[in-house]
Design a protein around this ligand. Sequence first.
Ligand code: DX5
Ligand code: ZN
Length: 222
Amino acid sequence: MQRACKIAPSILAADFTRLGEEIRRVEQAGADLIHFDVMDGHFVPNLSIGVPVLAAVRTITKLPLDAHLMIEEPERYLEAFVKAGANLISVHAEVCGDITAIARRMRELGIRASVAINPETDPGRVIAAAAHLDMILVMSVHPGFGGQGFIPESLEKLRTIRLELERRGLNLDLEVDGGIKVDNVAMAADAGANVFVSGSGIFGHGDYKETIARMRAAAASA
Ligand code: DX5
Ligand code: ZN
């Protein structure tokens, strides 16, 4: 099945003193989405950025904003993120009682609905709700920090999810997040991912255009 490859720079690794300029640079370099990591210090042992920063980012880019909510009780904050300009929101399965209900709510709010799973989470509940989702996000590191190493077992999980989706005739986006670099994009694409989040793998290199082009070429070669 043919599906678009999308590169989503994670601004957690950007230089926050020049955030606007960093986002313009990745946009000009060919990014497809801006990945926006929200952490609450409870679901993950770290704090990051939230609604006011997303609203500011909305004013300086036309790219879709891909908000990854690593927070407890995500349903309390959906509307605020949508009003601020998020186009796609991932909530974590580990903190959602009813995945179908929250996915429906996201779609009612007019955005694309996604559910994320941690490395140790079984994908069964998310696959069961897949007909109500636009994307599934597979964490390939333990969430909370940028710059960690890719967990190789994530490849098997991506493969299982993609096969299950195909078996059900569903062509969702499958996003992989954590430790993605030019040299492992092909493996993740081969396993079924088509949306690639990369923080340090993009912002850690001087030439964003070349890095994004190399990631896209690697995904296409898989
Ligand atoms: C981790 C975040 C990731 C992170 C990716 O908790 O969800 O999006 O910023 O950063 P890298 O690509 O450096 O692993
Ligand atoms: Zn993320």
